[in-house]
Design a protein around this ligand. Structure first.
Ligand code: SF4
Ligand code: SF4
Length: 344
């Protein structure tokens, strides 16, 4: 199931530091404070340089994305990009970082594709991407595109920015983006409104877009109730789409996960700790998946990746709640989410 020679993509969380404060980001709690259990870190460049690239004969893509931080925060990013210069590199960023000269330099690399997360035009963008600068992002995008870079624009549609969809499509063409795509947030768990806080101070509401059907609504879960109950009630067998695509995720602390959704259990409040404990029941010890203690080859060859993780998909000794939530064939978010993308 997992081996160096069949692996096609590695998704790295290079850093769990971030300049932004997006209200629904996993790095913050609902009151806008850094998650208590998150220790921000940059992934060690030595871990990256020790990866046996020569044995990964099918490795095509390096994705730099992450759950808790922005890849552009990593101080040794340029060296990391050089290390993967023979691979296709896909970076997803808030892009309100670094200067125009850096963006121009990066734009000259034909193997690098950047997804700019721009959720609206002008002030509307900054209602979700809090603490970023729309003007700086557009300047950076221009520098990157004019230098020859391939740029994608990802736009999360909310009620407050849905009127800008057509304008954004036109702007993306005039700026030279290769494509623009629209998605909805899947984080309106219990209601169609999200109260935005900063350091415990209430600021304003975010609301779902007019055309959005949330997971909770699609499962007929009442307001105030997480969709858990209904996800479980009608769940089907688990189909692990990351392992089918031969992809893995490496967290900024050096731990290796079968996907980025499972990697998101690294931080969080008490309910997330339960997820961590349940994952420990599957992998036995976090050291078993930690590149600070074992090579990737040893991790793949270990009982953890050969037996324990694959068997967990069939419920032995348990299927992790994140796998049920995302990948059960009847009510999983992944199945549902396919319908969300580009519906805006
Ligand atoms: S830019 Fe990304 S990592 Fe940073 S706060 Fe926003 S969603 Fe989280
Ligand atoms: S959530 Fe579980 S089943 Fe789904 S892709 Fe991740 S590891 Fe695989």
């Amino acid at each position: 199931m997992y081996s160096l020679d069949t692996l096609t993509e590695i998704n790295f969380e290079l850093s769990s530091f971030c300049n932004a404060k997006c209200p629904q980001c996993h790095r913050y709690d609902i009151f806008g404070n850094l998650q208590k259990n998150l220790t921000p870190a940059h992934l060690s460049i030595n871990i990256i340089k020790n990866l046996p690239l020569k044995k990964m004969v099918n490795l095509k893509t390096i994705s730099l994305c992450g759950n808790f931080g922005d890849p552009l925060m990593h101080p040794e990013l340029d060296q990391i990009l050089d290390f993967f210069s023979t691979k296709e590199i896909k970076i997803s960023t808030n892009a309100s970082l670094r200067n125009k000269e850096w963006w121009e330099k990066i734009g000259k690399n034909k193997n690098i594709q950047i997804t700019f997360c721009i959720d609206g035009i002008g002030e509307e963008h900054e209602l979700y991407r809090r603490k970023t600068s729309y003007d700086k992002i557009i300047d950076n995008a221009k520098a990157f595109i004019q230098a020859g870079g391939t740029a994608h624009w990802q736009f999360i549609v909310f009620k407050h920015n849905e009127h800008q969809i057509d304008e954004a499509k036109k702007l993306s063409i005039s700026l030279g983006f290769d494509k623009i795509f629209f998605i909805f947030s899947d984080r309106f768990d219990t209601s169609n409104t999200w109260k935005v806080f900063d350091n415990n101070q209430y600021l304003y509401d975010l609301n779902v877009a007019t055309n959005q059907t949330t997971l909770r609504e699609s499962l007929d879960s009442p307001i105030g109730e997480k969709s858990w109950k209904n996800i479980y009630k009608n769940k089907g067998e688990i189909s692990c789409f990351w392992s089918q695509k031969k992809k893995i995720y490496i967290h900024s602390d050096g731990t290796v996960y079968p996907c980025c959704m499972l990697g998101s259990i690294q931080a969080g409040q008490s309910d997330k700790n339960i997820e961590k404990l349940l994952y420990k029941r599957i992998i036995k010890e976090y050291k078993n998946i930690d590149l600070n203690f074992k090579s990737l080859e040893k991790i793949f060859k270990s009982k953890t990746f050969k037996k324990n993780i694959p068997e967990s998909f069939t419920g032995n000794p348990l299927s992790h709640p994140v796998c049920i939530e995302w990948c059960n064939k009847n009510t999983g978010k992944y199945i549902k989410e396919l319908n969300y993308v580009n519906k805006a």
